[in-house]
Design a protein around this ligand. Structure first.
Ligand SMILES: [Cu+2]
Length: 192
């Protein structure tokens, strides 16, 4: 658990990144100061080469460890969407200049898998909560189905908007998505 003292609105991973950035920036500043101080001394090139060759394997080892660690940790943090987690799927088609949704209502607090495609050109499928905060987006592309998984926590009227300029009436590609209170259930007649 990392305290959010850097910025109260940061989550744990953002705080960790901020701390890592500060540490690296500080180390770089120290390195610059050391180099600036040492340039006043007259050191033969042969000596510089000897020291550099001695440091090189250790530097390589450090970079390999750093990158392996960073990639290893971040692999677990990536928001991969698991197909098994979604309870409901919504078929979304974007077109000039409309969104069609099936079904048009979904239950709140339920993992929703949006299957998004386009009937003509590229569009950007963006979902906003009732307070106008963007929850997620994915490209709507002709010939492909892209997936976006979201949990819409609160019941209410959510907004779908196009986030990619797609023609003269791009700004009209806004529509509502009703999120109903009720049990999270799979597709069926008794589902909201
Ligand atoms: Cu558009």
């Amino acid at each position: 658990m990392i305290p959010s003292f850097v910025n109260p609105s940061f989550g744990e991973s953002q705080t960790a990144v901020a701390i890592a950035f500060a540490v690296i920036a500080g180390a770089l500043a120290v390195a610059f100061v050391i180099v600036a101080v040492q340039t006043r001394r007259d050191v033969p090139a042969e000596r510089v080469r000897q020291v550099a060759y001695r440091l090189r394997p250790a530097w390589l080892g450090f970079l390999v460890l750093l990158l392996t660690g960073a990639v290893g940790i971040s692999l677990f943090l990536l928001p991969y969407s698991g197909a098994a987690g979604a309870a409901r799927s919504v078929e979304v088609t974007g077109g000039q200049f409309y969104w069609s949704l099936s079904p048009e209502r979904v239950p709140a607090d339920c993992r929703i898998r949006f299957e998004v495609t386009s009937a003509d050109v590229n569009h950007g499928f963006g979902v906003y909560d009732p307070a106008g905060i963007l929850l997620g987006s994915v490209q709507a592309m002709p010939g492909y189905t892209n997936h976006l998984e979201l949990t819409l926590d609160e019941p209410g009227t959510y907004q779908i908007a196009c986030l990619e300029f797609c023609g003269v009436k791009h700004h009209e590609m806004v529509r509502e998505l009703e999120v109903a209170a009720g049990p999270c259930c799979s597709q069926g007649a008794d589902c909201p």
